[in-house]
Design a protein around this ligand. Structure first.
Ligand code: PLP
Length: 484
């Protein structure tokens, strides 16, 4: 090569040596995780100053990678119990390397021969499990938010082409969901041009579930006001409390009205693999679309999401732009990823989950769901038997909101407790607001988290509460409330 730099960037021996050393380093981090802090917290300003400063200094990748790892939150730490993104299984991490080495673009068949086929195979398997029918199938998108937009756009085009058949005032299109649904539903609707009053939110009941009777009332009211409801969205489960909506009753209602039924299973659709918990998804067969994140409850690195459709060809109609330079035929062909998705070039992320299916079969997901859902129930029992803590709800899944209550102002105290915990770096949990009250929130999705770790979390939180009550310390870092 005429450039030394390019020659080095494509040098096989360098690749092999750095790669082997990197795997050694990551293995060591994995093995010693519990001796470290789960989060080496620094403020955004400190972080920026550091990286800005180091940007111009050139270094070998391994040194730089070590630095990145040192300064990042460590998901493989047994005290990682925060947001819902998966703690990746190790074979799946290796799949990521293969994906990026091949870097197949996926939009058309030739540059995604294996990837597009694996998407079809995996999605058909999921559709079978969820009992979605013979024409069901799907594809993979980059994340649940994009997957949701894809599904709801498909619902809308289905309504325009097949349900209303042109007899429609698009200013009257509206969507109904619960006030506990993920913000990506609203985001998708707004992206599609729906105004806020056409995104109808049914208030959830005292258990954070969408009450089907309330839903029906809201639906009837919307229709009587001249709105055209093209889609109803249920959560399976919701993000804040992990509560599953009643898919069976809501699904039957949607069917009776001919309304598209979307189930947001980004977090919890994989419960279908568990004999013990699959009943939570009863009614999935009524869904016209289901979104499922592999990077939440299927042990894969971020991000990779299945969009499952009862009628696989409908997404094609939605994204039917003609592009002669890509496709000879302008009809539906599953093998060209770009014909059915919002994305054109796309990463072959399906390999991350396929690797786990291939090595372990469905059983890995059954074991995982059972373990995490059971452990969360155990944690709820522990909290409820503790005189100073209360849960906000009984857990359906592996998400639990709770708080310290032996104080005058639990909102302030619990927020301070969490901030202190993150500053100390010993545990990673998050917080949320429920009915205007502040709660601590855990998602137990770490196979390395055991009963002794949750005991220790509660002990640590109690100590922090006592300490804060004593010192009335308020000089902790600023509050950050990030949604999942
Ligand atoms: C996480 C989540 C989403 C969004 O998925 P991303 O992959 O984070 O974009 C949507 N719905 C629910 C219920 C979720 O938990």
């Amino acid at each position: 090569m005429n450039s030394d730099i390019l020659a080095k960037a494509f040098d096989a021996n360098n690749f092999k040596e750095t790669g082997l050393n990197l795997i050694g380093h990551l293995t060591n981090i994995f093995e010693t995780a519990s001796q470290r802090n789960v989060i080496p917290y620094k403020t955004p300003e400190e972080q920026y100053a550091y990286w800005k400063n180091s940007f111009k200094e050139q270094s070998e990748p391994l040194d730089f990678f070590k630095d990145v790892i040192e300064k990042s939150i460590l998901y493989h730490h047994p005290h990682y119990m925060g947001h819902q993104t998966a703690v990746p299984a190790l074979p799946s991490v290796l799949a990521s390397l293969v994906i990026d080495f091949l870097s197949n673009g996926m939009g058309v068949y030739e540059v995604g021969m294996v990837g597009n086929t694996l998407e079809r195979v995996v999605c058909e398997h999921l559709c079978d499990k969820l009992d979605m029918g013979n024409n069901a199938g799907g594809f993979v998108t980059s994340g649940g938010t994009l997957g949701t937009l894809t599904a709801i756009l498909t619902a809308k085009s289905h309504y325009l082409y097949h349900v209303s058949k042109g007899d429609i005032d698009t200013d009257k299109l509206c969507i109904i969901t619960s006030d506990q649904s993920h913000y990506c539903i609203e985001r998708a609707a707004i992206t599609m041009g729906l105004s806020k009053e056409r995104i109808i939110k049914v208030p959830a009941d005292e258990n954070y579930k969408m009450n089907p009777d309330t839903l029906i009332r809201y639906y009837n009211k919307a229709v009587s006001e001249g709105y055209q409801v093209f889609c109803i969205v249920a959560s399976a489960p919701s993000t804040s409390t992990g509560t599953y909506d009643d898919l069976e009753t809501i699904g039957k209602f949607c069917k009776s009205k001919g309304v598209w039924f979307h189930a947001d299973g980004a977090h919890g659709a994989p419960a279908i693999f568990s004999k013990k918990y699959k009943h939570l998804l009863n009614g999935s067969k009524y869904a016209d679309s289901i979104v499922l994140d592999f990077h939440k409850m299927m042990l894969t690195p971020s991000i990779s999401t299945a969009v499952l459709l009862k009628d696989r060809t409908l997404a094609f109609e939605t994204f039917r732009q003609e592009a002669e330079y890509l496709w000879e035929k302008q009809n539906f062909e599953w093998q060209h990823g770009g014909k059915s998705t919002y994305e054109c070039t796309k990463s072959m992320t399906v390999l991350k989950v396929y690797t786990l299916f291939k090595q372990f079969g469905d059983k890995i997901f059954e074991d995982f769901v059972d373990y995490q859902y059971d452990l969360t129930k155990e944690f709820a029992r522990l909290i409820n038997s503790h005189p100073k803590f209360d849960t906000a709800h009984q857990p359906d899944s592996n998400i639990l909101c709770f708080r310290y209550v032996d104080c005058d102002n639990p909102n302030e105290l619990n927020a301070l407790m969490r901030q202190k915990l993150i500053n100390d770096g010993t545990f990673y949990i998050v917080q949320t607001a429920l009915k205007g009250e502040t709660y601590l929130r855990v998602t137990l999705l770490n196979p390395r988290t055991r009963a002794n770790h949750i005991h220790k979390l509660l002990e640590t939180l109690e100590e922090l509460a006592e300490e804060i009550k004593k010192t009335k310390k308020t000089d902790v870092m600023g509050s950050e409330l990030l949604p999942d």
